[in-house]
Design a protein around this ligand. Structure first.
Ligand SMILES: CC(C)(COP(=O)(O)OP(=O)(O)OC[C@H]1O[C@@H](n2cnc3c(N)ncnc32)[C@H](O)[C@@H]1OP(=O)(O)O)[C@@H](O)C(=O)NCCC(=O)NCCS
Length: 209
């Protein structure tokens, strides 16, 4: 996470924040579809490391472990299981029948602001076929409706054109730039976008994913 996000911060009641934490603790899959991504488990570390070790996957993402090793990926999975217990984070993976992990989703939640952030990546063989846009839209829906969030805040590096186009195209509002810090302490600039639940629902109602 980045200290400067979300940009919009509206405190919700302690009870609402507790309910959001409960929903995070109960989550098992990212949505209800039969092929929905499931929670990452410690024994996913080798397959998740195989996905993440491709620079086409890890280079644009500041939240991944550095250095990236199978052990650091295992610790990344474990820290998300701890975040799930705390009601503040979830890590999901989508596994193929051959055991490869074809995508992951990293959900971060600020329960006291009813806000969240989604990160993630697809296997490079699936890039640029609109699968990212479809998956992100379904995940945003789930975060607003099943986690009861009011706001989503997203970031992308200045070079990450696919993510920038995706968020602009989905109607997220640009909110400037923040300095994001990687786990090894290095920094990078990120563009920031936000979307409120009301605005998201209005777009969905108008048939605009
Ligand atoms: C970001 C990511 C999930 C997007 O998914 P995707 O399926 O590849 O993207 P889509 O096919 O849905 O395309 C999204 C937009 O990016 C554009 N795009 C896709 N690949 C592109 C490329 N290589 N160069 C320029 N634009 C590209 C598409 O044309 C589309 O824009 P449009 O709607 O204006 O036409 C995927 O590329 C990925 O996993 N990247 C690596 C990790 C990453 O960057 N994660 C996000 C940061 S947390």
């Amino acid at each position: 996470m980045t200290d400067g996000i979300p940009v919009t911060r509206r405190l919700v009641s302690a009870q609402r924040a507790d309910n959001i934490r409960q929903m995070v603790r109960r989550a098992e899959t990212l949505g209800d579809a039969p092929d929905a991504s499931r929670l990452a488990r410690p024994d996913d570390a080798p397959a998740l490391y195989a996905l993440l070790s491709d620079p086409a996957v890890h280079a644009p993402i500041y939240t991944l472990p550095r250095p990236l090793t199978e052990a650091s990926v295992q610790a990344f999975i474990q820290s998300h299981l701890d975040e799930r217990e705390a009601g503040t984070g979830l890590l999901f993976v989508r596994a193929a029948e051959d055991g490869r992990i074809m995508g992951y989703s990293d959900v971060q939640v600020w329960p006291h602001w009813a806000a969240g952030e989604l990160g993630g990546a697809l296997h490079p063989s699936e890039h640029n076929r609109r699968q990212g846009t479809r998956g992100a839209a379904a995940s945003f829906d789930w975060m607003f409706e099943s986690l009861d969030l009011d706001l989503l805040c997203e970031t992308a590096s200045l070079e990450n054109v696919p993510t920038q186009r995706m968020l602009d195209g989905m109607g997220f509002e640009r909110k400037g730039e923040v300095e994001s810090r990687r786990p090894d302490g290095s920094a990078r600039w990120s563009l920031v976008w936000e979307m409120t639940r009301d605005a998201w629902r209005a777009r969905q109602g108008a048939g605009q994913p």
